[in-house]
Design a protein around this ligand. Sequence first.
Ligand SMILES: NC(=O)c1ccc[n+]([C@@H]2O[C@H](COP(=O)([O-])OP(=O)(O)OC[C@H]3O[C@@H](n4cnc5c(N)ncnc54)[C@H](OP(=O)(O)O)[C@@H]3O)[C@@H](O)[C@H]2O)c1
Length: 262
Amino acid sequence: MFQYQGKTALITGASSGIGAAFVHALAARGMSVILVARSEEGMNSLAAEVKQKHQVQTHVIAADLSQLDAASKIGQIVAERGLTVDLLINNAGFMTHGPFESIDPASETNEVMVNIASVVGLTHTFLPGMLARRAGGVINVASVAGFQPIPYLAVYAASKAFVISFSVALWEECRDRNVCVMGLCPGTTSTELFDRASAPEAALGKPRTAQQVVTTALNGLDKKRSLIVDGLKNRLLSLGPRLIPRWFAAQCAGKAVKSKTK
Ligand SMILES: NC(=O)c1ccc[n+]([C@@H]2O[C@H](COP(=O)([O-])OP(=O)(O)OC[C@H]3O[C@@H](n4cnc5c(N)ncnc54)[C@H](OP(=O)(O)O)[C@@H]3O)[C@@H](O)[C@H]2O)c1
């Protein structure tokens, strides 16, 4: 079992959706929480709510994770406040959607920075301390979208494939030192993700709740899993792409997304 009580978690993308659900669940387990996202006001009110409800320490760091130096700045702020991160939740992320040539290149660069570079940067910032203490955990929020190439969500799906591969590789590097690095793959979850991408129609299947996703994640962490898929239906569906050629998986995924977006 992961030791939550009295420890500190840093959660990115803590201002809404799955990140906010992590904040509630970890505070309920007795963890101090460090909230990271851009929306400072929203994080302040969430921090005040969980502090009052669970009597834990809360900290808010407003940061734009698309910036190259975001991880080192966050590391500096955490050190200046005398905090130790025992559990890192790399959750912040967003999605671009549409035919590749129609998407603003700058927003896709930002997507790579937030969904990939910040995950690597923050892991570099906080994992070495955990390994030195021989205790800790990292949960990287990937997606079932990372199991196959997805036309019209090409960069998003590729970014999540990166997170899956990165997480499982680090799981193997760290497991003998009592640090669990785990990839978490939610399927469609009811959050603001699709609306923010102006693509509510790209949400496939019946959505799960952010709370269900977080329960799955913490069960996986307790069992020191390398990768966990949320929900039975998502687990079954995620097997398919591993059994068929990648080009065929891409064709099937492209048809599903395109037929929904027509
Ligand atoms: N919802 C789904 O169906 C689903 C499925 C699979 C995986 N996921 C993954 O789950 C994670 C959480 O997403 P969600 O569904 O909870 O969506 P969400 O409600 O839109 O939350 C996204 C979070 O990421 C933060 N964020 C976005 N850009 C940022 C930036 N440049 N700098 C700092 N923070 C940034 C947002 O905060 P600010 O805007 O305040 O900065 C927000 O807190 C993402 O990695 C997503 O890819 C979601």
